[in-house]
Design a protein around this ligand. Structure first.
Ligand SMILES: C[S@@+](CC[C@H](N)C(=O)[O-])C[C@H]1O[C@@H](n2cnc3c(N)ncnc32)[C@H](O)[C@@H]1O
Length: 451
């Protein structure tokens, strides 16, 4: 990148190794690290001043030395090393030729002139033995990332805040089918939670509020046959879905009503109160939210404000998922990388939502909280069921990245990520269908009360 307008790490190297250096810079580029180096300057007064500026700048977060024979005997490098020390810059070294420092020195030390020996000793006074020396072939990006983090230096493109992040939309190709399959898979799990709160609540005229109800398919399937529940209100910000839901609602008499509203709207409680009034509902008995809380920026805020619309008693049922609840073998590292890269890329939803549900309810004052768990796996499943499990847990990821790419069409990094995911997900899907492959996913329901 060699961009001095942004935070950078200065690269100190011998110009004799220009070609090798280009390869190193390309590797850091791939990881989106902005390295600054003096590729066009030649040694002299100008050069000295420029290097001083480069290293003393507040944008310079540290220095990397690329160590070779030429590096160790260069007067220019000695200047760079001295500025590094003078301005207290953090640094580490990369051994260009995969030798340790003593091994490298053995290859040429005897041939050095007195001046060269003096330069080398002076350089080494600063590059003491305790510092980190990485061999080029062994660069571990996790370690480099950690070191840079300590320097307050971060990769350019892992910061996704500059990407246009689209909100969740069920309109993406194939998403409706995926949701439908997913809903079927969670039928028993949801019913277990719903039945248990029905056992605790009294009365025969109960009202349910389904948050993030999409096109109503899940809402109908869970509540249509429960006689004690006489009113169900569904809320979603997707107008098309709500239109579809209201059209289907006609098949169920006056029980289901759907409304378009954004749960993050500052007036959401007034909006909900008006909807309840319109339907002659005094208070909600059950709030149900399946796979929606993780799309919100501030779930606590919504959970707290819901107290305003509950009746005398009430229960909240929240189903969430968590990428940390996904395990497999083999391909463990592939799964880990898919999940990690996805989380960095798509920041519009919280992929670690399941583990937070308990404390979210606790912190917002709900009582008698309990957690339910549902585990699905590939164990001895036929091909169709394995494919379905893969589709539900993974296929949406590529579509989501494609959507992001459509909105950021010039973003090279995103293009690379898209290609990476395409290959990685194909490889993972193939593994899924392998007889000896095991995958397992846990989903979570949190139930809380209001008194
Ligand atoms: C993954 S889908 C789940 C749909 C359904 N509950 C299910 O489990 O099949 C998430 C739903 O939440 C809705 N949603 C996301 N953020 C929302 C918000 N801020 N306000 C209202 N609805 C939202 C989306 O439109 C989508 O229909």
């Amino acid at each position: 990148m060699n961009d001095r307008t942004k935070d950078y790490v200065f690269l100190s190297y011998s110009h004799a190794e220009q070609d090798e250096i280009k390869k190193i810079v390309a590797k850091f580029d791939d990881h989106s690290y902005n390295l600054v180096y003096d590729e066009s300057l030649s040694y002299g007064d100008e050069w000295d001043l420029s290097v001083r500026r480069y290293i003393s700048s507040s944008k310079c977060k540290g220095v990397i030395f690329i160590i070779s024979e030429n590096f160790l005997k260069s007067k220019a490098i000695l200047t760079e090393v001295e500025y590094t020390a003078k301005f207290n810059r953090k640094f580490f070294s990369i051994m260009l030729y995969n030798m340790s420092l003593p091994e490298l020195k053995n290859t040429f030390y005897e041939k050095l002139s007195e001046n060269e020996k003096y330069i080398m000793d002076s350089i080494q006074e600063v590059l003491n033995n305790e510092q980190l020396y990485l061999k080029l072939s062994e660069i571990n990006w996790e370690r480099v990332g950690k070191t840079f983090k300590e320097w307050n230096f971060f990769p350019e493109k892992n910061d996704t805040s500059y990407l246009i992040q689209s909100k969740y939309s069920s309109q993406l190709k194939g998403e409706k089918e995926r949701l439908f399959n997913q809903q079927q898979g969670y039928m028993n799990f949801d019913m277990k939670a719903i039945d248990s709160v029905l056992d605790e609540l009294t009365g025969d005229d109960l009202c349910v509020l389904d948050l993030g109800c999409s096109n109503g398919d899940l809402t109908f399937s869970r509540f249509k046959d429960i006689k004690r529940i006489t009113k169900v209100i569904g809320i979603d910000y997707n107008e098309n879905d709500i239109r579809e839901a209201n059209a289907k609602a006609k098949n169920y008499g006056d029980k289901f009503h759907f409304y378009t509203a954004d749960l993050e709207d500052g007036n959401i409680i007034t909006i909900l109160q008006n909807i309840l009034a319109e339907n002659n509902i005094k208070g909600v008995d059950i709030v149900f939210a399946a796979l929606v809380i993780h799309h919100l920026n501030n779930p606590h805020k919504l959970m707290l404000s819901l107290y305003e619309i509950f009746g005398d008693d009430g229960r909240i049922i929240i189903r969430g998922s968590d990428d940390g609840g996904k395990l497999c073998y083999p391909k463990t590292n592939l799964l880990k990388e898919i999940l990690e890269r996805y989380e960095k890329l798509v920041t519009a939803s919280d992929r670690s939502n399941g583990r937070k549900l308990y404390s979210q309810l606790y912190d917002t004052g709900y009582t008698n909280i309990r957690m339910l768990y549902s585990v699905v796996d590939t164990c001895e499943k036929d091909r169709r069921r394995k494919e379905r499990l893969y589709e539900v847990g993974f296929s949406f990821r590529l579509k989501r990245i494609e959507d992001l790419l459509n909105q950021n069409p010039d973003n090279e990094w995103l293009k690379n990520e898209y290609d990476w995911f395409k290959n990685a997900l194909n490889e993972f899907k193939d593994a899924f269908l392998n007889r000896s492959f095991w995958y397992c996913n846990t989903s979570y329901i949190a139930i809380g009360g209001i008194k």
